[in-house]
Design a protein around this ligand. Structure first.
Ligand code: ZN
Length: 305
C-alpha cells in the first residue's frame, strides 16, 4: 500500500454526491455583519413529518457561545415554517436571549419507505438510484477497512509465542507499517469478494439511472435524503463558521427527506465518476490506519505478560 498523494476515490465520490444532491454553498471567511445576519440562540432542530404527524428533535452542540448567525432570508423562511406549523415566532430581541428551535418540515424515513423510495416517477426514481449507489460506495469503503482489519486480527490471533512476533522488526513505526501491509496483502480474499459484490450491485443501478437520465429535463424537483447529523448552515448564500450548527452525536444515522431541485449535469457527473474497480485501488483507497499499529503493539505487550 503506497502512500497516497491523490484524492481518495471514495472521498471524491462523496463530494460529488454532495455537490449533486446536498447543499453546495461556497465557504467564506468573514464575521457576519448586522445588516445581513441575525444572531440566534439556537439549541436544537425539530423535524416534522405531516404524513404521519411524526416529530423528533436533534440537539445542537453549544459552539460559538451558543449563538448561530442566520441570514435574514433564512429568518424569513423560518418564520413561514413557524406559521405553517401554527407556532409563534419569537420577537427580534428574544432570538439572541431565548433558546430557539429550528423547525424542518419534510418526510420521515418510515413514510419515505412507503412511497418515495419505491416511486416510479422518473425524477424521484433517478434520485433513489443515486442514493442507493451512494450508499453502496460508502459501504464498499467501510467493508474494505473492516476486512483489512480482520485480516490483521486473524494473523495476530494465530500468534501464541512472543518469539514469533519478535522475529519481525518492530522497532519503528515504519517497520511496523511494512509488516502490517505485508500481512494484509497476503489475505485479501474477503476484500476481493466484497469488491466483486459491489461491482455486480452497482452496475445495473448505474445503467438504469443513466437510461432514465437521458430522457430527463435539465432540472427537476425530488425528495432528497438528508442526514440529520450533518452540520446545518443557516446562511442561504455563503456559509462560514458563525452560521454553522453542529448536531450532537446522538443524532447519527437518522435520515429525513426534503424537496430539492436537482440538475441533470450534476447527476450525470455523479454517475460517471470513476469508482473502485481493482483490488489495488480498494487497498490504496482504504489507506493505512494508525489503530493497526496499536493492535500489533498490544499483542506484543499481552504476550510478554
Ligand atoms: Zn412520517
Amino acid at each position: 500500500m503506497p502512500e497516497i498523494d491523490m484524492t481518495r476515490i471514495t472521498d471524491n465520490l462523496m463530494s460529488v454526491y454532495n455537490y449533486a444532491f446536498i447543499d453546495a454553498m461556497p465557504y467564506g471567511f468573514y464575521k457576519p455583519n448586522d445588516a445581513m445576519y441575525v444572531g440566534v440562540k439556537l439549541v436544537d432542530k425539530m423535524y416534522h413529518c405531516p404524513k404521519c404527524k411524526g416529530e423528533f428533535t436533534v440537539k445542537y452542540r453549544n459552539d460559538n457561545d451558543g449563538i448561530t448567525y442566520f441570514s435574514k432570508s433564512r429568518i424569513a423562511a423560518q418564520k413561514k415554517v413557524y406559521e405553517e406549523l401554527g407556532l409563534d415566532f419569537p420577537a427580534n430581541w428574544e432570538l439572541m436571549e431565548q433558546p430557539f428551535t429550528y423547525h424542518i418540515v419534510g418526510i420521515c424515513n418510515e413514510c419515505a419507505r412507503k412511497d418515495i423510495m419505491t416511486s416510479q416517477e422518473e425524477g424521484q426514481h433517478i434520485y433513489n438510484l443515486c442514493h442507493e449507489l451512494h450508499m453502496q460506495d460508502e459501504l464498499m469503503a467501510a467493508k474494505a477497512k473492516k476486512y483489512m482489519t480482520d485480516s490483521l486480527q486473524k494473523w495476530l490471533d494465530g500468534i501464541t509465542e512472543s518469539s514469533y512476533l519478535m522475529q519481525f522488526d518492530l522497532s519503528t513505526r515504519e517497520s511496523l507499517r511494512d509488516l502490517i501491509c505485508a500481512v494484509i496483502l497476503q489475505d485479501t480474499k474477503a476484500v476481493e469478494d466484497a469488491l466483486q459484490e459491489y461491482r455486480d450491485t452497482i452496475q445495473p443501478i448505474i445503467y438504469e439511472a443513466k437510461k432514465l437520465l437521458d430522457k430527463q429535463t435539465p432540472a427537476w424537483k425530488a425528495n432528497v435524503a438528508h442526514s440529520c447529523s450533518l452540520p446545518d448552515s443557516m446562511s442561504d448564500e455563503e456559509y462560514h463558521e458563525y452560521t454553522v450548527a453542529f448536531p450532537d452525536e446522538a443524532s447519527e444515522g437518522q435520515e429525513f427527506y426534503m424537496e430539492k431541485s436537482i440538475e441533470k449535469d450534476r447527476v450525470s457527473m455523479f454517475l460517471t465518476q470513476h469508482r473502485l474497480t481493482s483490488l489495488e485501488e480498494v487497498l490504496m483507497d482504504a489507506g493505512f490506519h494508525e489503530e493497526w499499529i496499536d493492535m500489533v503493539v498490544d499483542k506484543g505487550t499481552s504476550l510478554k505478560k
